[in-house]
Every structure is written in structure tokens, then in C-alpha cells.
Design a protein around this ligand. Structure first.
Ligand SMILES: NC(=O)C1=CN([C@@H]2O[C@H](COP(=O)(O)OP(=O)(O)OC[C@H]3O[C@@H](n4cnc5c(N)ncnc54)[C@H](OP(=O)(O)O)[C@@H]3O)[C@@H](O)[C@H]2O)C=CC1
Ligand SMILES: CCCCCCCCCCCCCCCC(=O)[C@@H](N)CO
Length: 297
């Protein structure tokens, strides 16, 4: 009897320890928060911006095409819940020049304050058979989908670390979890985001910065319509098995995941993550103590 009770207690403690990386200290309040959405002028990004605006956020929309930005700004503004909210638009290519991206982030922080949440949604998809995809496409997708998420993230992190708060969201894809026919150029760029998100989370956790990654299915957007123009039959049939989702639906889920649950994507090796996190925390404490000691000398 006693043994059973003891076993239960041990199992319970183990379970708590395992799920602890999933539990956030405090959900982020979007009311009054500054949210930057790259790719915010269309599709999923625009829906995410609207969802955040409905919760009282201040929004910076980042994309290249100015007229699409202005149009999206109008749509987002319709979701206002108070008259203080602001939508700022900045046109930049997030994948080309890090210096430009950094200056855009600086600009929006001067206007709307430090970034509380960054949503990396700028991206492009393309489907086609491997040997029929132009070689250049492999590079351009990697640039836009991967580097286009690295650069804005790199630019917001220093301030988030200083403030010891922040949220970073990456938008991968179901094709970022499994490789599928027709996605030899696209999938790797979305797999890359997973490696980035998981590594970054381990670095950022002691600073109270949380990283999430979303893996949406086919979603009804201008981007999907464009992709469908070259989609091989096999890809279409495979995709049909998981159906098409509306961007508003995707936006609701990913925003909730980012501000409430956080880090649920790390379903693998939770036990290891718990112990790795404690190594990271220990190093940070030691570094800070020795810094403080240096100052005293
Ligand atoms: N729709 C779908 O089925 C799915 C989409 N996704 C991912 O979600 C994200 C959004 O997709 P979706 O809404 O369909 O795409 P859309 O094509 O509808 O929108 C893409 C957005 O990203 C912007 N963008 C593209 N390239 C750049 C760039 N180099 N610099 C700055 N902004 C850029 C576009 O504006 P502009 O062109 O003016 O720069 C636009 O605002 C993508 O990362 C996509 O891979 C994931 C799973 C499913
Ligand atoms: C745990 C593993 C989950 C695996 C799910 C398997 C689903 C198979 C169907 C995949 C549909 C393709 C989605 C690509 C969406 C996309 O990113 C582009 N449409 C962008 O425009």
C-alpha cells in the first residue's frame, strides 16, 4: 500500500517536472502591448494583426508592397477596441539587408515603444517537382522564410533581454514537420525555423522571453492561391487529406498559444529540456555573480 502511494507521488513529481517547461509564469496581456507582425499585409499575418488589435495591441505591420500595407492597415483599424490604438506600417524586405531590418525595428520602437511580441509571418511558398524547380528558388525560399525570420528576431532580442520580457513567434507549416512531395524547396526552409525556434528558446528562457512556433495546414490566403498555380497533382491530393483552414482560425490559435500556453511545440525530450534549462540558468547566475564581484573590486 505504502509503496503504491510512494510510486504515485514519485510519478506525480516527475510529471510536474516534465511539464514545467510548458508552463508559463504569466500570460502576456496584449492590451497596450506593441506587436510587430512581419508579413502583416496579407493572409495569415494580417489575420494575426487583426486578432491582436481586437485584444487592444498597438501594431507595426512590416512587408514590402506599400499599397497592400495601407489597405491592410485600414482593415486592422476596423478591429479597434479603444481610440488610443495605432497601426504603423513600414515597408522593408525582411530577408535582404540586416542593417535595414534593424533600423526598421528601431524606428517602430521609437514610435510605439519597445516590442513586446514579434510575429515572424513574412514568407512565400512554392511547390513543384524537384528537378523542375529553378535552382535559384532553393536559395530565395531559404532567404525569405529562414533569414527573413532570423533578421527581425535578431533585431528585437537585445531590448527584450534588457527588459527581461518578450514573445517571439515563428510561422512554420505542416510541411515544416514532415517533408512532402512537391515541397523540396519549401519544406527545408520551414524545418530550419524549427531548429532556430527550439535553440533560441533555450537561450532566451532565463530572460523570460518565450518562443513559439506554429505549424499551420493549408490556409485560404493569396499566398496559397499563388502556390496552387504550380502545384503538382500528387501534392494537391496529399494536401487535400488535411483540408483548407481559414486564416482567422489559424490566427486565433497561434495568438493564444503565444500569449498563454507557450512553448507547447517542445513535445520531444521534455525531460532533457528541463535539465538543460537548469544548466543554462546556472551558467547565467554564475556569470552574473562574477560580474558583480568584478565590479566590487
Ligand atoms: N497559406 C498557407 O497555406 C500556409 C502558409 N504558411 C506560412 O504562413 C506565412 C504567411 O503565408 P500566407 O498568409 O499564405 O502568405 P501571403 O502571400 O498571403 O502573405 C505573405 C506576406 O508576407 C509578406 N512578405 C513576403 N515576402 C516578404 C519579404 N521578403 N519581406 C517582407 N515581407 C514579405 C507579403 O507582403 P509583400 O509581398 O508586400 O512583401 C505578405 O504580407 C508564410 O510564411 C507561409 O509559408 C504556413 C502554412 C500554411
Ligand atoms: C505531426 C505531423 C503532422 C503531419 C501532418 C500531415 C499533413 C499532410 C498534408 C499536408 C498539407 C501541406 C501543408 C503545407 C501548407 C503550406 O505551408 C503551404 N500551403 C503554404 O502556402
Amino acid at each position: 500500500m505504502l509503496l503504491v502511494v510512494a510510486a504515485f507521488i514519485v510519478a506525480f513529481v516527475l510529471l510536474l517536472y516534465m511539464i514545467s517547461p510548458l508552463i508559463s509564469p504569466k500570460p502576456l496581456k496584449l492590451n497596450g502591448a506593441h506587436v510587430v507582425v512581419t508579413g502583416g499585409s496579407s493572409g495569415i499575418g494580417k489575420s494575426i494583426a487583426m486578432e491582436c488589435y481586437r485584444q487592444g495591441a498597438f501594431i507595426t505591420l512590416v512587408a514590402r508592397d506599400e499599397s497592400k500595407l495601407v489597405q491592410a492597415k485600414k482593415e486592422v483599424e476596423k478591429c479597434a477596441i479603444n481610440d488610443k490604438q495605432v497601426v504603423l506600417c513600414i515597408s522593408v524586405d525582411v530577408s535582404k539587408d540586416y542593417g535595414q531590418v534593424e533600423s526598421v525595428i528601431k524606428q517602430c520602437q521609437e514610435k510605439l515603444g519597445p516590442v513586446d511580441m514579434l510575429v515572424n509571418c513574412a514568407g512565400t511558398s512554392f511547390s513543384g517537382k524537384f528537378e523542375e524547380v529553378e535552382v535559384e528558388r532553393f536559395r530565395s525560399l531559404m532567404e525569405v522564410n529562414y533569414l527573413g525570420s532570423v533578421y527581425p528576431t535578431r533585431a528585437v532580442i537585445p531590448t527584450m533581454k534588457e527588459r527581461r520580457m518578450g514573445r517571439i513567434m515563428f510561422v512554420s507549416s505542416q510541411a515544416g514537420q514532415i517533408g512532402l512531395f512537391g515541397y523540396t524547396a519549401y519544406s527545408p526552409s520551414k524545418f530550419a525555423l524549427r531548429g532556430l525556434a527550439e535553440s533560441l528558446q533555450m537561450e532566451m528562457k532565463p530572460y523570460n522571453i518565450y518562443v513559439t512556433i506554429a505549424y499551420p495546414p493549408d490556409t485560404d490566403t493569396p499566398g496559397l492561391a499563388e502556390e496552387n498555380r504550380t502545384k503538382p497533382l500528387e501534392t494537391r491530393l496529399i494536401s487535400e487529406t488535411s483540408g483548407v483552414t481559414q486564416p482567422e482560425q489559424v490566427a486565433k490559435i497561434v495568438v493564444k498559444d503565444a500569449i498563454v500556453t507557450m512553448g507547447l511545440f517542445r513535445t520531444v525530450a521534455l525531460f532533457y529540456l528541463g535539465s538543460f534549462d537548469s544548466i543554462v540558468r546556472r551558467c547565467m547566475i554564475e556569470r552574473e555573480q562574477s560580474k558583480a564581484a568584478d565590479k566590487r573590486e
